[in-house]
Design a protein around this ligand. Structure first.
Ligand code: ZN
Length: 276
C-alpha cells in the first residue's frame, strides 16, 4: 500500500504481466486503486529449465486471478511448489489459503497466523526450490512482519510493500515502526552496495532497474518528511490529522488516512528520540 502517487522526478514505467528477469514473471492482480497502484504484483519465480515454481504473494482472494497464476505457470511448463508471503496485508495474502488449496502447496510467512504447513520463515533462511535460491531478508517497518526475498542469481530483490515501483510506501503505525523501517532500508541498501543487487521487484508498480537509486530516494524521502513533520510540530500542529493536512497537502486526499498512520509513526519516532 502506498501513501503517495508518483512524485516529480520518479520514473512512471508501465506495469505489465510477463517476464521481468530471467527467473521472475509478474502476474498482475486485477485490484488497482490509489493504495495498490496498478494492482498487486504476484511473482512467479523459477530456475530456467526447472519444472518447479515459487509464488510470492498470491494477492487478493480473486478466484480468476489465482487460477490465472496457475495457468501462467503451466504455460511455462512449471508446477507451483511453494507459496511465500512478503507480509499479511490482504492485497498480498488474502488469496493465500485458496491458492494453497488449488495448488496443494504450503504457505510460508513470518507471521505464524499466515502459515499453512509446518515450516516458518525468518531471518537468514534460504529457500531452495528446483534449483532456485531465495534468501530471506527481514524488512520490518511497513508492517512488523514484512520480509524481502533476495534472488541472487538475477541480482534482484523482491520488496513487497517496503519499496514500491512508484511513489513511496506507508509505515502502518502502530504495527509498523519508523525506526525499523529506516533500518530495513539500510539493510536493502547494503544488498545493493555489497551484494550487487540491481533490480527491485516490488509488490506494486513497475520493476526498478536502479535498486540503489530507489533505496537512496526512499531514505531521502523519509528524512525530508520527518523534517517536515518536526517543523509542523514546532509550529504548533499537534494532532496527527492536523500534521497530515499541513505536511501532505500535495498528496491526494484519498491517501490521507494512510498518511495519518505514517505521521503517527513519525511522531512516535520523534518522541522516542527526544526530538519533540
Ligand atoms: Zn502492505
Amino acid at each position: 500500500m502506498s501513501d503517495a502517487a508518483a512524485l516529480p522526478g520518479q520514473p512512471r514505467g508501465l506495469v505489465e504481466s510477463g517476464p521481468a528477469t530471467a527467473r521472475a514473471v509478474n502476474v498482475l492482480a486485477p485490484n488497482p486503486s490509489a493504495m495498490t497502484l496498478d494492482g498487486t504484483n504476484t511473482w512467479l519465480l523459477s530456475e530456467p529449465g526447472s519444472g518447479l515454481a515459487v509464488v510470492v504473494d498470491p494477492g487478493p482472494l480473486d478466484e480468476g486471478h489465482l487460477r490465472h497464476v496457475i495457468d501462467t505457470a503451466e504455460k511455462l511448463g512449471k508446477r507451483v511448489a511453494l507459496t511465500l508471503l512478503t507480509h499479511g496485508h490482504p492485497d498480498h495474502a488474502e488469496g493465500a489459503g485458496r491458492f494453497a488449496e488449488l495448488t496443494g502447496t504450503a504457505v510460508r510467512a513470518l507471521d505464524p497466523a499466515l502459515r499453512l504447513g509446518d515450516e516458518g520463515l525468518g531471518a537468514g533462511d534460504v529457500v531452495t526450490v528446483g534449483g532456485l535460491e531465495l534468501r530471506v531478508v527481514p524488512t520490518p517497518g511497513h508492517t512488523s512482519d514484512s520480509l524481502s526475498f533476495h534472488l541472487p542469481a538475477d541480482r534482484a530483490v523482491l520488496t513487497g510493500d517496503t519499496i514500491l515501483g512508484r511513489g513511496t510506501t506507508m509505515v502502518a503505525h502502530p504495527d509498523g515502526r519508523l525506526g525499523d523501517y529506516l533500518d530495513s532500508l539500510r539493510r536493502l541498501r547494503s544488498l545493493t552496495v555489497d551484494d550487487g543487487v540491481h533490480t527491485v521487484l516490488p509488490g506494486h508498480g513497475p520493476v526498478l532497474e536502479d535498486a540503489q537509486g530507489a533505496v537512496e530516494f526512499y531514505l531521502a524521502h523519509r528524512a525530508s518528511r520527518l523534517a517536515q513533520v518536526e517543523t509542523a510540530v514546532e509550529a504548533g500542529h499537534r494532532t496527527a490529522a492536523d500534521v497530515v493536512a499541513h505536511v501532505y497537502a500535495d498528496v491526494d486526499r484519498s491517501l490521507w488516512p494512510a498518511a495519518e498512520l505514517s505521521v503517527r509513526a513519525q511522531l512516535e519516532y520523534l518522541r522516542e528520540h527526544g526530538l519533540t
